[in-house]
Design a protein around this ligand. Structure first.
Ligand SMILES: O=c1ccn([C@@H]2O[C@H](COP(=O)(O)OP(=O)(O)O[C@H]3O[C@H](CO)[C@@H](O)[C@H](O)[C@H]3O)[C@@H](O)[C@H]2O)c(=O)[nH]1
Ligand SMILES: [Mn+2]
Length: 778
């Protein structure tokens, strides 16, 4: 096994770690330049499973960061000077808000630099696996798929996700797929019963044809299905039949008797008695496939497939997805207890059957009893994004650029899906394991013989009950952690705090492909939930800035802080969106006189230029980057501001903010407009009001500003104001278009436009009253 260590540009590969008879460690190493490394050899110890490369522009980035830091200091100094020279409360407040804004921007910029300290590119070599470990010795893998609502997450899509992982190129008897249904829906169970029948044809078909798209919907939907033959046609018809059946049952809302084909199935549906609701129902566990018994059409074994809907009660908290994942951890422990666990969102299908092998390359260390890698995170990547990605849905910075940056430190944050964990990681630190309350749940507990035996099913029901966690360490010291709506981010952070590392694995071919929301309200609502979750971590006793910096070191602490404090970006963005334009309308020029506009220009272009550079190097395009920066502002003033308020209300106990599941059903009209690159407003969402208000105020300010320059000069004083307003106007183009030019269903509802005009007017009046007695230059 190899273990790779990087120091500056040098690479050290620990090819083997063996313990000799005296108990001492013997290490075989290769050292060399990272960029020119070649390792060759015949035996297994010289065949690395993964190699790392540092990126050549990193040094340049460091130098630039130094220069940029000086510019930030100069700007802060000017703000302080300006504050010292203020003569009235109003001008003090104005300069203070500019100082506050720039301090927040600077803080975020400083934390961003930690992602640039040592970004890595990691390459896996699954072709070398056979010389290190035979496939019969591969660790078993439990896959968890979460779903929560059959109407927002169509069961046929969940089935597709499950089929894609069931068909992995991995010893079938080592794969178990567990589906958690927080929607407690018979419709989802029905879909999976149908899926098991289809799987017995689909899995051998994938194997024989060696196809890459093992998600049937993606395979039959792709234009380049090779080797189309009568068998392909047959399987396609089978798939279409299953899909129609599942969709019609979902549409009808219940599973009719005509669809139930066996006594076994009928027994399963009997659990949906009257009084069974999503919020209140007993545990349902249904073993749909058992690898030791069930065979596919060629007689080859099938993976285990288990449906779980944990018990829910109105009086017990269920902790949303984190709770579902912990129930999955426990139920799977009683049945298969695989040392590797993959967590998947229901809308993220596997796009590469060799993904578990790539993960093994990063996690496996056969020479040691265990490695300290808690998880291997693959990036979230998506299908169906429009040409220029108008909503910045790729979120490239979070999922790719920053993740590669953290990989060079202690490893990336967990993003909820596409992540292979060592089960051990959920039970204490790498060298301080803790025991579960019952032995069946411990990672070293030997798996049961039959997953359907009475004793196993009994314990499985017990550990899935809604009161099971009371008085245990689940959610605090064990399993996925509770306390934040971004349970993924929080859990990864806490695991790293316990001493675990993580690894980022980003092969060229996307390992997983997911679905993105395609209307603005869904996009913004999703980020609003994230904002609340992140703030819950930022202002907890485990804040990354304090606890994090202590437990995982300053650079990693800063990386995690960057996300935890993401929503406070809304403060400077909102200040810059309103203040300069309102001041301009009142002919008050607020930027420090001493500051030459060049300093602002440098800071703005420097940050933007670096951002653009990262995007282009990560394989993106200028247009996508432009849209991403626009969404950054849009999210800042809507999702993040609302998230900030939601968080405050939640902290004060005034209102609760739960996990609103993102809608994955789209209407064809919306899809068409999305393909055309049009923003989808359509509904009167409060999230749109700040956007429209800002767009209106800045447009008027910009026009008035230009008119003033033409009439009476003052260009110098107005330069920065005009620059900012002009920039906001340029970014607001889709909003003007939606308010004035469009007539389709996705335009801005007139109600939102009207309310925003009123807000803009009110803000102008207020600013007029406050600013009227100020000098032109303050
Ligand atoms: O009570 C719940 C709520 C959600 N989910 C599942 O959680 C997943 C993610 O939910 P989704 O609505 O798609 O949220 P997103 O914001 O798109 O998800 C991102 O953000 C979440 C944290 O907010 C992470 O858990 C996800 O992995 C990450 O992709 C889905 O499979 C849901 O079925 C549950 O199982 N139970
Ligand atoms: Mn999602």
């Amino acid at each position: 096994m190899c273990y790779v260590h990087l120091k500056d540009d040098n690479i050290e590969i620990v090819l083997a770690t063996l313990t000799n008879m005296n108990g001492a460690r013997e290490v075989t190493r290769y050292t060399g330049r990272a960029t020119s490394m070649r390792v060759s050899g015949e035996n297994n110890i010289s065949t690395p499973l993964h190699t790392l490369e540092t990126l050549s522009y990193t040094r340049l980035n460091h130098v630039f960061s130094l220069v940029y830091t000086c510019a930030i200091l100069a700007l802060i100094y000017e703000h302080i000077l300006a504050i010292l020279h203020t003569t009235s409360l109003v001008s003090f407040l104005i300069h203070f808000s500019l100082l506050l804004s720039d301090i927040i921007f600077s803080f975020m910029w400083v934390t961003t630099q930690c992602f640039r300290l040592r970004p890595l590119k990691r390459k896996t070599h699954p072709e070398n696996l056979p010389s290190v470990v035979q496939d019969k010795d591969y660790p078993a893998l439990d896959v968890f798929i979460c779903t929560a609502d059959p109407y927002k997450e169509p069961p046929i899509n969940v089935v597709n996700t499950a089929l894609s992982v069931m068909a992995y190129d991995y010893p079938t008897d080592k794969v178990s797929v567990y589906v958690s249904d927080d929607g407690g829906s018979a419709l989802t169970l029905f879909a999976f019963m149908e899926a098991t029948k289809f799987a017995s044809h689909w899995l051998p078909f994938c194997r024989e044809k060696n196809i890459m798209e093992r998600c049937p919907e993606a395979y039959f939907g792709s234009d380049h299905v090779h080797n189309w033959c009568s068998e392909t046609e047959k399987i396609k018809i089978m798939y279409e039949n299953m899909k129609d059946k599942v969709e019609s049952v979902v549409e009808r809302g219940h599973v009719g008797d005509e669809h139930i084909t066996s006594e076994h199935e009928s027994q399963a549906f009997k659990k949906w008695t009257t009084g069974f609701t999503r919020q209140q129902h007993p545990t349902v566990i249904q073993v749909l496939l058992e690898s030791e018994k069930d065979k596919d059409t060629t007689g080859h074994g099938m993976p285990n497939l288990v449906y779980l809907s944990r018990e829910k009660s109105r009086t017990s908290p269920h902790y949303f997805k984190a709770g579902a994942l912990n129930a999955l951890l426990r139920v799977s422990a009683t049945m298969t207890n695989a040392p590797l666990v993959l967590t998947q969102d229901c809308d993220m299908y596997s796009n590469d059957p060799r993904t578990p092998l790539n993960a093994l390359c990063c996690i496996l260390d056969p020479t040691k009893a265990s490695s300290d890698v808690a998880y291997v995170q693959f990036p979230q990547r998506y299908y169906g994004i429009n040409k220029n990605d108008i909503y910045g849905s790729e979120i490239k910075r979070l999922f790719k650029i920053n993740a590669a940056g953290m990989d060079g430190l202690s490893g990336p944050n967990y993003v909820g899906t596409g992540c292979f964990f060592q089960r051990r990681a959920f039970f204490g630190g790498p060298s301080s394991q803790i025991s579960a309350e019952i032995p069946e749940l411990n990672p070293n507990h030997v798996r049961a013989k039959s997953i359907q035996s009475e004793t196993v099913i009994k314990v499985a029901h017990r550990v899935a009950s809604c009161n099971y966690e009371n008085g245990t360490k689940w959610g605090s010291k064990m399993g996925f952690r509770y306390g934040s709506l971004v349970e993924d981010y929080y859990t990864g952070f806490r695991l790293q705090g316990e001493g675990w590392r993580s690894v980022f694995c980003d092969p060229d071919r996307a390992a997983f492909l997911g679905d993105v929301p395609i209307n603005l309200n869904d996009v913004l609502s999703q980020v609003r939930r994230w904002a609340v979750g992140l703030l819950e971590v930022a202002f907890s006793k485990y804040s990354p800035i304090t606890f994090g910096a202590k437990s995982i070191g300053l650079p990693m602490g800063f990386c995690y802080s960057h996300y935890a404090f993401w929503p406070i970006w809304s403060i400077p963005i909102a200040i810059y969106a309103f203040l300069p334009s309102l001041a301009l309308l009142n002919r008050v020029y607020i930027f420090p006189k001493v500051s030459s506009p060049w300093l602002y220009m440098f800071l703005f272009l420097g940050a933007y230029g670096q951002d653009l550079q990262d995007f282009i190097l990560a394989g993106s395009t200028f247009k996508k980057w432009y849209n991403d920066q626009r969404m950054w502002m849009i999210r800042g003033v809507s999702s993040h501001s609302f998230g900030l308020v939601d968080f405050l209300l939640k902290s004060l106990g005034i209102s609760a903010f739960g996990f609103n599941v993102t809608n994955k059903v789209v209407d064809d009209d919306q899809r068409k407009r999305y393909e055309q690159g049009l923003f989808e407003f359509g509904i009167a969402s409060p999230l749109f009001i700040p956007l429209a208000t800002i767009a209106i105020i800045n447009l008027i300010a910009f026009v008035v500003g230009i008119a003033q320059i033409l009439k009476q000069g003052h260009f110098d004083e107005m330069f920065i104001h005009l620059g900012i307003s002009g920039f906001v106007v340029a970014n607001s183009w889709p909003i003007y278009e939606a308010m004035v030019l469009r007539v389709d269903k996705g335009r801005m509802p007139p109600k939102v436009t009207l309310i925003s005009i009123c807000f803009a007017w009110a803000l102008y009046i207020i600013s007029f009253i406050i600013l009227r007695n100020l000098d032109i230059d303050i």
